[in-house]
Design a protein around this ligand. Structure first.
Ligand code: C2E
Ligand code: CA
Ligand code: CA
Ligand code: CA
Length: 278
């Protein structure tokens, strides 16, 4: 057992850097998992607090390693990004997400689907066309797809990112700034980029009941963003008092364990039916 434990610690604790051999092994396994269709996608609801309706879901990748068990996205996403495998991974996630959305739309659930993009996608001018083709193939209006990008990803190649984002928006796809507040982008910068949605990072949201400063930051960011005509999603909503505070700010969409954990399509569909009606 000693060896097993040691492997566990070195591979799965984020505070330990993966050594080169471990990285290569895990990367090879990830490539195989993607090829075999072993990667899973789960969905987490986003709830419009005013009407308690599910208005969107975020697609999140999951990998259950055949011998090691679940490997967290915090481990395998950076691996995929560094190696370029992130393009194939994202193609899998986007395909699953759009197929699921098509199914939900056919059942009368008019919700949006959010999918995460990485920095690599924002420096690839072929991405907008690829996304547009996937939407057409699934018969989904572009406005129903939200692509989430981080400030950090944008700032790694801002000129190219600007072009890619503009092209995506020209197709009608909407863009969300993920983890908002943790990077350095100013609101005026985002305004120039013309994004559609801000997702306020959970480090601010999860603390608003305990920390007056976080409350002020979240409240004023929401007010500013709404006045600029952006949608606002508050991430990391973990309890009812936070829901009540956010609801009092008006016009906010919330995502977090308290409203629904990431789950299977079936589990999330039950929640959509319950909240929105069949
Ligand atoms: P993210 O895009 O910010 O996704 C939200 C993360 O917060 C998810 O973790 C979700 O499970 C977690 N979360 C949701 N509600 C709560 C809450 O109330 N409290 C707390 N503490 N956490 C909450 P997950 O699924 O482990 O994903 C981690 C990160 O991995 C994501 O952060 C995203 O950056 C990346 N990721 C996951 N799937 C994909 C993907 O398909 N493509 C790309 N490029 N990145 C992905
Ligand atoms: Ca996200
Ligand atoms: Ca986030
Ligand atoms: Ca199904």
């Amino acid at each position: 057992h000693a060896k097993l434990e040691r492997d566990r610690i070195s591979i799965f604790s984020p505070e330990f850097d993966l050594n080169t051999v471990e990285r290569l092994r895990l990367l090879a396994d990830l490539r195989i998992a993607i090829d075999r269709g072993d990667l899973d996608v789960v969905f987490q609801p986003q709830v419009e607090l005013a009407g308690s309706r599910v208005v969107a879901v975020e697609a999140l990748a999951r990998w259950n390693h055949c011998t090691r068990g679940p490997v967290g996205p915090d481990v395998f996403i950076p691996l995929a990004e560094d190696s370029g495998l992130i393009f194939r991974l994202t193609t899998v996630v986007l395909e699953r997400a759009l197929a699921q959305l098509a199914e939900w739309r056919a059942a009368g659930h008019d919700i949006r689907m959010a999918v995460n993009l990485s920095a690599r996608h924002l420096s690839d001018l072929g991405v907008p066309q690829q996304v547009a083709l996937a939407l057409r193939r699934h018969g989904i209006p572009a406005s129903s797809l939200v692509l989430e990008v981080t400030e950090t990803a944008i700032l790694s190649d801002p000129v190219r990112a600007d072009l890619v984002i503009r092209a995506l928006r020209a197709h009608g796809v909407t863009i969300a700034i993920d983890d908002y507040g943790t990077g350095n982008a100013s609101l005026s910068y985002l305004r120039r980029l013309e994004v559609d949605e801000l997702k306020i990072d959970r480090v601010f949201v999860s603390n608003i009941r305990a920390d007056g400063q976080d409350m002020i930051i979240v409240r004023s960011t929401i007010a500013l963003a709404l006045e600029l005509g952006l949608r606002v999603v508050a991430e990391g909503v973990e309890d009812e008092p936070t829901v009540e505070s956010l609801r009092s700010f008006g016009g906010v969409v919330a995502q977090g364990y308290h409203l629904g954990r990431p789950g299977s399509a079936e589990a999330v569909e039950r929640m959509i039916v319950e909240a929105n009606g069949a």
